[in-house]
Design a protein. Sequence first.
Length: 660
Amino acid sequence: MPESAGRVRPVVEGVRPVVDAGRWPAKATIGELVLVSADVFTDGHDDLACTVRYRHDEDPTWSTHPMRPLGNDRWSGQFPVDRLGCYSFSIRATVDRFGTWRRELLVKANAGQAIVVELQVGAALVADTTARASRADRAVLLELAQGLQAASEAAARGDPEPGLDLATAPALVELMARWSDPAWAANSDTYVLSVDPPKARFSAWYEMFPRSASSDPSRPGSLADVEARLPYVAGMGFDILYLPPIHPIGRTNRKGREGDPGGGSDDPGSPWAIGSATGGHTAIHPDLGTFEDFDRLVRTAARTGIDVALDLGFQCSPDHPWITEHPDWFRRLPDGSIRYAENPPKRYEDVYPFDFDTATWRELWAALYEVVEFWIGHGIGIFRVDNPHTKPMRFWEWLIPSIKADHPEVLFLSEAFTRPRVMEHLAKVGFSQSYTYFTWRNTKWELESYMTELTQSAMSDYFRPNLWPNTPDILHDTLQHGGRGAFVTRLVLAATLSSNYGIYGPAFELQEHEPRSPGSEEYLHSEKYEVRQWDLGPPDSLAPLITRVNAARRAHPALQQNRTLCFHHVDNDQLIAYTKTASGPDVVLVVVNLDPLHNQSGWVHLDLDLLGIDPGRPYRVHDLLTGARFEWCGPRNFVALDPATPAHLFRVEGSSETAS
């Protein structure tokens, strides 16, 4: 034990953001102020001084920011992150001998007690500090120490004021904090923070099947057709265009319409049955175009503010070149056949899973790594990963950090609709964003409890929720039977409860709602198995509404993060109300009717102190969806919503006298 260890008195524990005691990095994005907090205390009644120390991995030295007490021994601080990659941080706590002295001096003076000796103690503290100070500060501190000594003499003559004035002088307080003694400081463990691009925190995804992008009914779509549709996607305000697999599709056991296992040669097959004689995971389906077409699509999308995201489907069709080139990468049954992908009773006869237990697992891992590197080389920086929970955790723990070591800008979205602990662990090992159970959370209690868990618990340090009201695999019962109101409700909830959300279109904006069969969540005429033609211009399209919602998200920093999500009481369980806030101030209030078929009304009870609103003055709320403005007063206000207008997206404008 070091000689000084016995004199280290502060205790630091309960540090956040920390994931599994530092086993995994917490997450942040460029431009954020990272909030750090901890329980810090000591014996007795001495004051403490706390700082957060931080540095980027490329920095040779540490920077520090002060922390402030929140009460009950909890301390909070923050530091900025402005570069991709990893930061380290720790918390340092010291007994603040000068602060304790100053506080006790004032208490004794206010109680009418003598402070002569106390001023002499202060003079000694200041004099001791000069040994650590710079030459310029040393001279000032010596002068201040002498001043305190002289003030003690004045206090002995009955005049305490010079000493009190000097003890509280801002120059003295600042210098003593600057040159405090670090020798007996308590230091927390050092923790790691991974910093991603801003789109990891704030993004709007639009999913589209390229083969259904054609405006010509006589032919399937191509990458050129996707490029032609970019203005439509950008016009709605989406900044990530996600394409399902664009690779060649196998013919063996090709699925037909509605997933019929007896598909014929005229059926296009599932894009997730990857690989044919024309290539595998690093090839483009010939019907979609060439790499020249693909590269042009990526460049054009970038000019419109859109990143193209690709699907990583780490499985093969029976016709994939790897089946013959690397037979040991697939699990053989006793009859010599390869086991299909299964989730009993479901069978995917057109897909073979990789055998990650193979003796040649290193070669398999390296090949999959090269797939990701290949598409990064073609301008892809975002990947949606299909069913990552069916691959070993150790694989992702290796792959994602390995990729990000050379490409820290790359993002990975985890499509893992599985058990909660598995979903959470995938986020811990490196996935940038995660699909959630939002699709199946529809009641007020479900939404409030689930979103509170995602945004306010320790999960928020590493798990970034991405909310999708629909996917090609999931047409929830609410959308099947709730009419237009259900689509509007789920859109507004997804886009405002989380700063990351997405829709599968054009099925969503055109309100596709017919299931393959009663009780099924599969779409009738699913694009997974057939080419669709979409009329994007019907008068009831939700595209104009989606545009307004995304415009509100871009205009309001409050909607670009999840940290400040707060639910407010409504005396009707069919209405849900919540706010998000940001500095500025920027306050957004959302009220949604969860009943898509009936009118609902109730009284919304707002926490005005939390929102920074004077309860004695009226304030305005401006609906960003309809343009309507209302003047409210006090915490309790009445709201009525019907299926035609099931949501308010309010900007809270403060008191009516000062609202702009």
